[in-house]
Design a protein around this ligand. Structure first.
Ligand code: ATP
Ligand code: MG
Length: 553
């Protein structure tokens, strides 16, 4: 028997080692978003990675808002982030947590450092601090305030807290090493004076901790064992370790970095998405062309497809970029057996069966999904006047065109063979009607074996058709030119959105509601838009077309 080889990623290997060496009892991870925007597919990677590890090791997973920088934070973002995390199925333990609830403990931690002689109040301006910091090649210089006494530092820090000093006039700095080869260790600022109203604590504080000081404390307070973050924090790890060591936490958390997820030719940066939203180029943060989690959900992606994608991508230590086609592959795979395959005509032209009785209607029994019988069957009405897609007919077909053209016979999916006898054009030369005759012997399922046809086309019975709007999407940016121009502006694709306003769907769509998704046979997967659909009109978003060049290896 073959043994299943389960390869572990590098983070799992670290955790295994920590457990076997007795450093870690219950694994505890967290997702720590800053509530300053909507989450995107990159955050989904971090969420599913952290949640997945906690689950795998029977541990805990926290959702904690890293809300220590009040200027850009909004309650709207808090709500949207909670919704997205829950939608992805990442169940957090306990309540939603807020770093701002630890401000008192962070203050006390700073006092502890001062008492140990490991922090000092500095009066240099921001510019001076930068000057004193040195460069990658040259060491920094000590601040003239570095040797203040513990008593003076305690007094000044308390007065900073009490609002005695103007914004920006004083900071608290860790006393580490101005000659360190790591610039982050050159007496970094850990507290600043700033009068900002906070979304959670209001005006209670006029001093706020800096990220590099706050984050390790948040992790330690919550008993996080493995603090997983992205590569840009690698150079900050010595400071993280310094903070938890100097504060003498008993079981200090360990920071581990992994590479961010990038999608080739896809805009993920909050800054750029924000601009697209503000300039009205997209219809909000959940415009289906974006890859915010809200946008992916609105477009019709499922949590399962996003999980599958993250598993295919894997976790690594080196930055790389993944093709969007891989995400499309995952949603196709996920929907393939789950969704009914229905008939929808996006660019309709009338097809009239001249030898079919005018008032007759037949109800065809159709399997909902030929690859999954569990989805059952439905009935589809068939009658004399139908709609078919315009590109399933040609007046003068090229070779190898097997669909409808004068004199040719095709199968109407789930119904009969029809033969094109004639067509009508308007004054602009546009085909307005196609005429045909049907052969009653050829009904689908009747076992007819008399002759074969090469083409099968879908259709919708005109009197029963449900009208709808269907939106087709292409990439927001023009891939041939790269995402960004030299001046930093975006290369937008003018065809990223096509709205088809005159579509006809089979009658079974009449009860579809926002969020439902279907396969439109021969075309792709489509989802009923939750925002723009009204009781009178269905609006569909194309999730993905049926065809792809992508194959997983
Ligand atoms: P952005 O740069 O897009 O604005 P951010 O890093 O500022 O994102 P945070 O709210 O600080 O957003 O991130 C929350 C968590 O998500 C962090 O742990 C961060 O490392 C992680 N994260 C952010 N972007 C990605 C990404 N592209 N791939 C994987 N993880 C990410
Ligand atoms: Mg950030």
């Amino acid at each position: 028997m073959e043994k299943e080889v389960v390869s572990k990623n590098f983070i799992e290997q670290i955790i295994d080692k920590d457990i076997s060496e007795g450093h870690c009892n219950v694994v505890c991870t967290r997702f720590p978003p800053e509530p300053n925007g909507y989450l995107h597919v990159g955050h989904a990677k971090s969420i599913l990675l952290n949640y997945g590890l906690a689950k795998k090791y029977g541990g805990k997973f926290h959702l904690r808002f890293d809300d220590t920088n009040p200027t850009k934070e909004k309650t709207e973002f808090v709500q949207s982030i909670i919704k997205d995390v829950e939608w992805l199925g990442a169940q957090y333990d306990g309540e939603v947590l807020f770093a701002s609830n630890y401000f008192q403990q962070m203050y006390e931690a700073a006092v502890k450092l001062i008492k140990k002689g490991k922090a000092f109040v500095c009066d240099l301006s921001a510019d001076e601090i930068r000057e004193y910091r040195g460069t990658l090649k040259e060491p920094g210089k000590n601040s003239p305030y570095r040797d203040r006494s513990v008593e003076e530092n305690l007094d000044l820090f308390e007065r900073m807290k009490n609002g005695e000093f103007p914004d920006g006039s004083k900071v608290l700095r860790a006393k580490i090493d101005m000659a360190s080869s790591n610039i982050n260790m050159r007496d970094p600022v850990i507290y600043r004076v700033a009068r900002m109203t906070h979304h959670n604590t209001g005006d209670q504080w006029c001093i706020y901790p800096m990220y590099d000081f706050a984050h390790p404390i948040e992790d330690a307070i919550e008993g996080i064992t493995h603090s997983i973050c992205t590569l840009e924090f690698e150079d900050h790890r010595p400071l993280y370790d310094w903070v938890v060591r100097e504060l003498e936490y008993e079981n200090p958390p360990k920071q581990i970095e992994f590479a961010k997820l990038y999608l080739t030719n896809v805009i993920t940066g909050k800054r750029y998405i924000k601009r697209l939203v503000e300039e009205g180029i997209v219809d909000g943060w959940d415009d289906p062309r974006l890859v915010s989690i809200a946008a992916l959900r609105r477009r019709g992606f499922t949590p399962e497809s996003i999980k599958m994608f993250m598993e295919l991508v894997g976790v690594s230590k080196s930055n790389s970029s993944v093709d969007y086609a891989m995400l499309e592959y995952c949603i196709r795979e996920d929907l393939k057996l789950k969704k009914s395959r229905m008939m929808a005509v996006l660019d309709p032209v009338k097809l009239i069966i001249d030898n079919y009785p005018e008032d007759k209607v037949e109800y065809m029994e159709v399997s909902n999904n030929q690859e999954n019988e569990a989805l059952g069957v439905r009935t589809v009405p068939f009658c004399r006047e139908l709609y078919i897609d315009r590109d399933d007919f040609m007046e003068e077909p090229p070779k190898k065109y097997f669909r409808l053209y004068p004199g040719n016979e095709v199968r109407l999916m789930n119904a009969y063979f029809v033969k094109c006898t004639d067509y009508v054009k308007d004054e602009n030369g546009k085909v307005t009607e196609i005429h045909c005759t049907y052969d009653p012997e050829t009904r689908s399922g009747s076992g007819f074996t008399g002759r074969k046809v090469k083409g099968t086309i879908h259709w919708v019975a005109a009197p029963f058709a449900v009208p709808a709007t269907v939106r087709l999407y292409e990439n927001l940016v023009d891939e041939s030119k790269g995402v960004y121009n030299e001046d930093g502006s975006l290369n937008l694709n003018p065809n990223s959105l096509t709205v088809l306003d005159n579509c006809y769907l089979e009658s079974n769509f009449k009860d579809a509601k926002g969020g439902d998704s279907f396969q439109f046979v021969r075309q792709g997967y489509f989802c009923v838009d939750t925002k723009d659909t009204t009781p009178d009109r269905l609006v569909f978003n194309r999730i993905v077309s049926l065809k792809s060049s992508y194959k997983p290896n």
